[in-house]
Design a binder for this molecule. Sequence first.
Ligand SMILES: [Ca+2]
Ligand SMILES: [Ca+2]
Length: 228
Amino acid sequence: MSALRGSVGRRVSWSIVSGVIAAAALVVVSVLPADAVGTTPFSTNLVKNPGAEAGPASNDPDVGIAIPNWETLDNFTVVAYGTGGGFPSTTEGSHIHGGNQFFSAGEPEGDGGCDDAIQFIKIKGHNSDIDAGHVQIILKARLGTFDSQTDTAVVTLQFRDANNEQVGGSSAGLKLKATQTGQTMLQKSASKIMPRHAREVRIILAATNTTGYCDAYFDNMSVEIVSA
Ligand SMILES: [Ca+2]
Ligand SMILES: [Ca+2]
């Protein structure tokens, strides 16, 4: 019996100790949220999972799939280079150093509209430089569409302030567009000085002017800040 009590006692003690450790860990987490730590580095690609390589491709390009680090609506998906039906080839994938997969806007919704993917990027530790006009932001991407259809691939970068309000109008951001690329993945880029009060950027992958399938393909997404 004493051995049993001892055993129970050790379990109780260990559970108290575990509780204390867990509480301490919670305190550490609560005083050091990830977003408050560190300074966003210059000349570094800030996009996570920029090339759609972090998760699997969908088995069917008509079916949406969860994409690591991106928030997507239903049908937005990841397609493998060389998938049948007119998608960019494996040759094109290697030509652009695009790995095995790319983002695709996917099957249209019932109303004909296409789904988006969004990623949020906080810009930390540069507030005074941004407000003085000394931080430039550079957006780059590979964009493709199908054949000569009017489907258009659009990447938008929006600026948000500390209160999560859009900074300036829609013209304050950056936009990349491509259409009728004939399944090639065109390199596009744009840059500008970050506007005052910008503290976060949103990258949105979208399709416009589509016919049938939302043939807007994206790969090698890049967002960098540099000193200006
Ligand atoms: Ca890729
Ligand atoms: Ca189409």
